[in-house]
Ligand binder design. Structure first.
Ligand code: SF4
Length: 81
């Protein structure tokens, strides 16, 4: 089976972040506003799983990471521990 590791050392993976090219405003929306556009971009991002893992590991509370809003990540943390 061919496998590629998604988590290179350090934060090199962030160089491939699609959101870095599109601007942060989608990813840190005003409270209550839509995160749909951010999630759509995450859906096309090559490093989505590494990004989500990073956010969970570092307890990132704000914004969309790896296609999940802060509320969704909180729910995920609750169910996975
Ligand atoms: S998954 Fe989303 S938040 Fe994470 S780097 Fe990619 S575009 Fe940015």
């Amino acid at each position: 089976m061919h496998t590629e590791t998604m988590t290179p050392a350090g934060t090199d993976w962030q160089n491939q972040a699609l959101c870095a090219q599109t601007g942060a405003e989608f990813f840190f929306p005003e409270p209550g506003s839509s995160v749909r556009e951010a999630k759509r971009i995450c859906g096309m991002c090559a490093i989505r799983s590494a990004c989500l893992e990073y956010a969970l590991t570092h307890d990132e509370r704000f914004g969309v990471w790896g296609g999940m809003s802060e509320k969704e990540r909180m729910a995920l943390r609750r169910t996975s521990r």
